[in-house]
Write a protein of this length. Structure first.
Length: 137
């Protein structure tokens, strides 16, 4: 009986990890050119060019794999700063989730943008941010 329970536990763990892996791949396959168009929704508050200024929001150049709330010269909300000190990094997976509904991902964030409902828009925006920073995958 113990062997059966151990086997079931192992199977359940494997299935949950497989689900996480597939969920974490949702951002892949974006189109950077389409993402540049999506970025226009962000451009009122953010810049993306290297050395670009902060606006209402921080410059996003090189955001991928950067710790949250770490862009020099920008004053982040207490909620975002806390996430950064807790170890949040802007991986593709985290950006994909954050961009869907920022206030749900970081409750208390100053970002008032409601989010991008369409997964394709989020994928494309991430591809654009990667390209703008000179990353290739």
């Amino acid at each position: 009986m113990k062997a059966v329970l151990n086997g079931l536990a192992t199977f359940a763990l494997a299935m949950s990890l497989a689900g996480v892996a597939s969920a974490n791949d949702d951002w892949k396959g974006g189109d950077a050119e389409k993402g540049e168009k999506v970025f226009k929704k962000c451009a009122a508050c953010h810049t993306v060019e290297e050395g670009g200024p902060n606006r209402v929001g921080p410059n996003l150049h090189g955001i991928l794999d950067r710790p949250a709330a770490s862009h020099a010269g920008y004053k982040y909300s207490a909620a975002m700063t806390k996430k950064g000190t807790e170890g949040l990094k802007w991986s593709e997976d985290n950006l994909f989730a954050y961009l869907e509904k920022p206030a749900a991902f970081v409750p208390g964030t100053n970002m008032t943008f409601i989010g991008l409902k369409k997964p394709e828009d989020r994928k494309d925006l991430i591809a654009f941010l990667e390209k703008a920073a000179g990353h290739t995958k």
